[in-house]
Design a protein around this ligand. Sequence first.
Ligand code: TYD
Length: 142
Amino acid sequence: MKLEQARIINLPKVEDPRGNLTFIEESKHIPFDIKRVYYLYDVPGGESRGGHANTKTAQLIIAVSGSFDVIVDNGLMKQRFHLNRSYFGLYIPTYLWRELDNFSSSSVCLVLASDFYSPDDYIRDYNEFLKVVRCDSQSTFS
Ligand code: TYD
């Protein structure tokens, strides 16, 4: 998987003196249909989340409140994204390892996912991830 396939999507923002508004329509502003929404909150300072790759599910990660970092890793290279705007979404396709850290206090991480939760969808062992992507890279990396 090419690392550049993980990218920031600039979501629509309706600016208003009463407060700003952002909306997301499936397959229109993001490249998948939304089957699941979950969010991380009350993350203690210094904690990290993620630490896995998904084999079937694409995701969009948004810092709806506060900020945090997402480190995306394809087994060869890593890229750190700092999310600190409610109208930025980080699109992460399948077969990319991700870790989330550097959470600001009271931050909320909203995740839109293309599929329902299933433990089978996860690679949680980094060495296993490396085996899978490096094996795959022999035929598909360019
Ligand atoms: P986990 O994948 O470890 O969270 P993260 O990657 O965000 O740090 O999930 C923590 C627990 O929550 C784990 O037992 C699985 C469960 N879970 C669900 O039941 N449904 C879900 O949609 C998600 C994302 C997790």
